[in-house]
Design a protein around this ligand. Structure first.
Ligand SMILES: [Zn+2]
Length: 357
């Protein structure tokens, strides 16, 4: 066997292992995880109705590869226009869950920004109800295919505050999350275009969430903004998304704070948050036994999946299969869901561990 063939074979074995591995996904945006085929289908419907005329090149926007950070937000703007219908929200939620379940994700924390639209009669509440209906539908389909998904997939929801929102809108989202707690909403996220909005706008809502016992995760350090990073670290959220662009003193501070970091390799590279995989802070976090979890961010927008992200970790940082198993297993410590579910996930990992040594 030539060295190329041997490499190819080793890669195949690794990819199969990563797919088989039970995994925890904690940083996945609903709108960023939509199948391209579904988006194109919907764009065509909107085109026929003449409701997407402001985006004449919608196909190109959907199918573009290697998007920059700003091009990602252009696609999100298109998705925003396309996702105005409750039944569509339910459909994409169901499909996204099926896609994660198909690669052995056993726990998924899906995040989404509740939207309202006067023209279609959508309120933030009805939007979240449509998402919850999608979760129910996915569970029904997956139960019918029990043999394919032996461990099943547990899904919980985080409601996102968009950085374009006002303080009042952000507080409304937190109130909605509290009302929907018994339906599977387990936390709050701050996300959106990192060059938009001011941290202080969202602080009252995030503080309110914390006072009411809702865990908070923040998109942090996606662009150079040392003051904001400083204030986010001072807030001490329950988890941080990305945490790519920090100053030397802030890395030290983070190290002492031990706030779990959601690491998304492909997303960070495509959006230029890190220059190359060799420069990725995963190396330092992993070496120092820092709490972290490997995630996808936007599997549709970045054409990736969680198994591929684990494979990237293995090949880029020389991790063994057992190291990957430990990473997946340890991620249960950082979920926002209730304790009994944590124990259920621990049992899944304990049960399969002998097969992954
Ligand atoms: Zn994100």
């Amino acid at each position: 066997m030539s060295s190329n063939q041997a490499q190819h074979r080793a890669r195949e074995i690794l990819v199969r292992y990563c797919k088989r591995l039970p995994k925890i996904e904690l940083h996945a945006h609903l709108n960023g995880s939509i199948r391209d085929s579904t988006l194109l289908e919907l764009a065509q419907e909107h085109d026929q109705r003449g409701t997407i005329s402001s985006y004449p090149n919608v196909r190109e926007i959907i199918l573009k590869e290697d998007r920059s950070l700003q091009e990602c937000f252009k696609l999100f703007d298109v998705i925003h226009v396309l996702t105005t219908d409750h039944s569509f929200i339910t459909r994409i939620t169901k499909e996204v869950i099926e896609d994660f379940a198909a690669e052995n994700v056993v726990y998924l924390e899906l995040r989404t920004t509740p939207k309202s639209n006067v023209l279609t009669g959508m309120t933030k509440r009805s939007y979240v109800e449509a998402v919850l209906a999608g979760i129910t539908k996915a569970n029904l389909v997956l139960c019918e295919n029990h043999q394919l998904h032996a461990h099943g997939i547990q899904v919980r929801l985080l409601l996102s505050i968009d950085r374009r929102e006002t303080t009042d809108q952000a507080i409304e989202t937190v109130k909605l999350a509290l009302e929907m707690k018994s339906h599977g909403v387990v936390g709050i996220d701050l996300s959106g275009n990192p060059v938009t909005g001011n941290w202080k706008t969202f602080l009252p809502a995030l503080t309110y969430a914390r006072q009411c016992g809702l865990p908070v995760t923040l998109h942090c350090g996606e662009v150079h903004n040392p003051d904001e990073v400083e204030e986010m670290l001072a807030f001490h959220p329950d988890r941080l998304g990305h945490a790519c662009v920090l100053q030397e003193s802030q890395w030290e501070r983070l190290h002492n704070l031990r706030i779990p970091v959601e690491v998304c390799f492909t997303s960070n590279l495509r959006t230029g948050c890190v220059k190359s995989i060799c420069d990725h802070h995963f190396a330092w976090l992993y070496k120092t036994h820092y709490p972290l979890v490997i995630c996808t961010d936007d599997r549709g927008v970045f054409s990736t999946n969680l198994s591929s992200e684990y494979a990237i970790a293995a090949t880029s940082f020389d991790l063994s299969e057992h190291d990957l198993f430990e990473l997946a297993k340890n991620a249960t410590r950082f979920i926002f869901a209730e304790e009994p579910l944590k124990r259920h996930l621990d049992r899944i990992f304990a049960g399969v561990e002998p097969n992954y040594r």
